[in-house]
Design a protein around this ligand. Structure first.
Ligand code: IVH
Length: 674
């Protein structure tokens, strides 16, 4: 990058930083997660370190723009506000207990725990001196918080004066500020979820605005104290109640990991019926003496852990809808949502699948929505909360490809005999920029060429530098130029060079897969490569030869053939294949046993086999160098007949004088008996 480009990049980041700051502090409604905010902040700091000519008043390094807020004073916590480490499994819990026992050098000892539902709100620290609520702080960065005393004073659950005799002379009572789900639904507010509403309300400039939101407070721990005469968490929670604080009625004390898990399951089951969001159970060693001995590791206590629920749903708000274009030209609408933590993962994108889905669920920009995330699949929108809809905007799905401008199409699906729900860019080869970039990403990806270190970001970067336009361009990269690029050093360039070189030897099936032909995934690429056996035969498809061969393959149908025909009718695709052939060493029939027992023999099944699945039978044949075909034709060597076969297939085989065998005869060919 030259200096101008760097300045440009820098000012873009500063602009974004200013925007995030504004939403966070002035409007109290963050539009990105804390993590995203920090990443951006660090990128700016790094850029300034590297290039001394970069300057901006809005830089996070300038205290002015960076101060948490102009409204609230920063105050140091007398004892830091720690966070908790997370546990998800029984194993994590056993580990937690084992570490404690090791640390305490105890063996046959049962630890007593306080198990408290973990409220998903905003933590606050309340300092009481001589029974009077003096100062209230937010967590901030754990070391310093913001003075939000006036706002906290509006909360009814927070006692302003405690006149009980045994109340400590000084104490920092800590707990969670939150809003109940029923209240959140009832009141009109601009927030995506109850947690944001609580956070935003606590940050109002004017306490009168905070007062309008029915905030609640539940107390659960303390920071520094003078004159606290209590020995364990259970008694402390009891005292909190006597002093006039609210505590969680679902708190219990128990011993043993199995009991913790039983309680965890019980609470998880009634989670939907609880009127506030909880995201797990906090376990604390009950004894204060042991807590003290155990102390902290980094910023979390050794004596406590959060056992998180495997949440998969969250509430958020749609900021925008964008169109993503995939390798096969599919236009996928994606909702950009206010970042929400779903089961420990911050989600900021959710797929909307296609145009129909948006219409069917009536999803609009600005809507409050339920987002679901399950395992590793892309999160999606479950439903819209229509009661929360105010000034939402309908989304009009583009008819033209947003990348290349070509009129999009909806194809007729040969399997369902219906029009596809997915709209596609009609680019068959490399006419569309976005499609091309996705094709190159696919080409270098794990299941294709598997070039180490050649990630998606690098493809995008090389594309923007006009270094690549087609897959084969990766074999002609100018490594001297790359060395001069930001983020690249001699070592990383050498590694890339080596990785590319190393992957030039490729099996035919991986080669076919790497081309990114629609409907030709790993399995189909394997079937085609086994049938055609050489790259020459594969390329012959471009002359409209050998398609009949493919039709015989069990698993390849009209849809795949149509897609291959379209692929080979595009001249750029032919050019790309030609160039790739020059650069790669394609191993014909790579990985297949050539001289297996069923060498060059073709088989077909009819009827049910006994004691073996079709899939296993199929792979047995393939492992032994045979192949499966799906039609009775002259190419078929053996028809294997199981229970209840199709009579027509047997008749056809008889006519063509094809050998008809049963399962036992077939297994004998493999030196196996059933
Ligand atoms: S104890 C060192 N108890 O969870 C102990 N925290 O990641 C830290 N939380 O920031 C706090 N319910 O906002 C504790 N019963 C509970 C809690 C609880 C919710 C939150 C709190 C804290 C975070 C820890």
């Amino acid at each position: 990058m030259n200096d101008d480009q760097i300045k440009n990049e820098y000012s873009k980041k500063i602009k974004l930083f200013k925007k995030y700051n504004k939403y966070y502090y002035d409007r109290s409604n963050p539009i990105v997660s804390d993590q995203e905010f920090d990443i951006l902040k660090n990128q700016i700091i790094e850029l300034e370190k590297k290039h001394s000519f970069l300057k901006s008043d809005n830089s996070p390094t300038k205290s002015v723009g960076f101060k948490p807020s102009k409204i609230f004073k920063k105050v140091s916590h007398k004892s830091p506000m720690l966070s908790l480490s997370n546990a998800f499994t029984k194993e994590d819990l056993l580990n937690f207990e084992k570490k404690i026992l090791n640390f305490l050098n105890k063996k046959d000892f049962e630890i007593e725990y306080s198990a408290e539902p973990k409220i998903d709100g905003i933590s606050a620290s309340l300092i009481y001196i001589d029974g009077k609520f003096e100062t209230g702080l937010s967590r901030g960065d754990g070391k310093q918080g913001e003075d939000i005393t006036d706002n906290l004073k509006t909360i009814k659950d927070i006692p302003k004066k405690i006149l009980v005799k045994n109340f400590p002379k000084e104490i920092d009572i800590r707990g969670e500020v939150f809003i109940q789900n029923s209240d959140f639904k009832r009141i009109s507010n601009k927030f995506a979820n109850p947690r944001n509403a609580a956070s935003g309300s606590l940050r109002q400039k004017n306490p009168e605005d905070t007062k309008k939101i029915p905030l609640k407070f539940i107390a659960y721990t303390f920071g520094y104290e003078k004159g606290l005469k209590i020995e364990n968490q259970k008694d402390f929670l009891r005292s909190l109640k006597k002093w006039g604080f609210k505590t969680n009625s679902l708190n219990i004390t128990t011993k043993g990991i199995d009991n913790l898990i039983t309680n965890y399951k019980r609470i998880e089951e009634k989670r939907d019926k609880i009127d506030f969001d909880i995201d797990g159970i906090v376990y604390k060693v009950n004894s204060f003496e042991l807590q003290k001995r155990l102390g902290n590791v980094a910023s979390s206590p050794r004596w406590a852990i959060a056992h998180k629920f495997s949440t998969n749903k969250g509430i958020s708000k749609i900021n925008n809808i964008e169109i993503q274009i995939g390798r096969t030209g599919a236009l996928t609408p994606v909702a950009k949502i206010v970042p929400v933590n779903i089961g420990g993962v911050v989600v900021s994108n959710a797929t909307l699948h296609n145009e129909e889905e948006i219409k069917r669920k009536d999803i609009r920009i600005g809507d409050t929505v339920v987002v679901e995330r399950a395992g590793d699949v892309i999160p999606h929108i479950v439903s819209v909360d229509l009661k929360k809809r105010k000034s939402s905007q309908k989304f009009s799905f583009p008819e033209k490809c947003p990348s290349c401008g070509l009129q999009t199409i909806k194809e007729f699906n040969l399997t369902t005999k219906k029009e596809d729900a997915v709209r596609r860019c009609p680019s068959e080869g490399y006419e569309c920029e976005k499609v091309s970039i996705e094709k190159i990403k696919h080409f270098v990806s794990k299941d294709a060429l598997n070039i180490d270190g050649f990630g998606k970001k690098i493809v995008e970067n090389f594309w923007s530098q006009k270094m690549i336009r087609f897959p084969h361009d990766i074999f002609n990269l100018d490594f001297d130029q790359i060395k001069l690029m930001d983020g690249w050093g001699k070592k990383s360039v050498d590694n890339l060079k080596y990785s590319i070189e190393e992957k030039k030897k490729i099996s035919l099936e991986k080669f076919i897969f790497s081309l990114g032909i629609r409907h030709i995934g790993l399995e189909n690429a394997k079937l085609i490569s086994r049938n055609l056996k050489s790259s020459k035969n594969f390329i012959d498809l471009s002359n409209n030869k050998r398609f009949d061969d493919l039709l015989n393959i069990d698993g390849i149908g009209d849809t795949q053939i149509k897609s291959l025909k379209i692929f080979f009718s595009n001249s750029t695709n032919l050019k790309v294949i030609n160039e790739l052939q020059k650069n790669l060493s394609i191993q014909n029939d790579f990985g297949l046993k050539k001289d297996g027992l069923l060498k060059e023999k073709t088989f077909m099944f009819t009827g049910k086999l006994t004691g073996i699945s079709r899939a296993e039978a199929k792979s047995l044949i393939e492992e032994n160098s045979g192949s499966i075909i799906s039609n009775v034709s002259k190419k078929l060597d053996y028809l294997i007949v199981g229970e209840k076969p199709t009579k027509r297939k047997i008749d056809d085989a008889k006519t063509l004088k094809i050998k008809i065998i049963d399962q036992n005869e077939w297994l004998k060919m493999l030196n196996k008996t059933s």
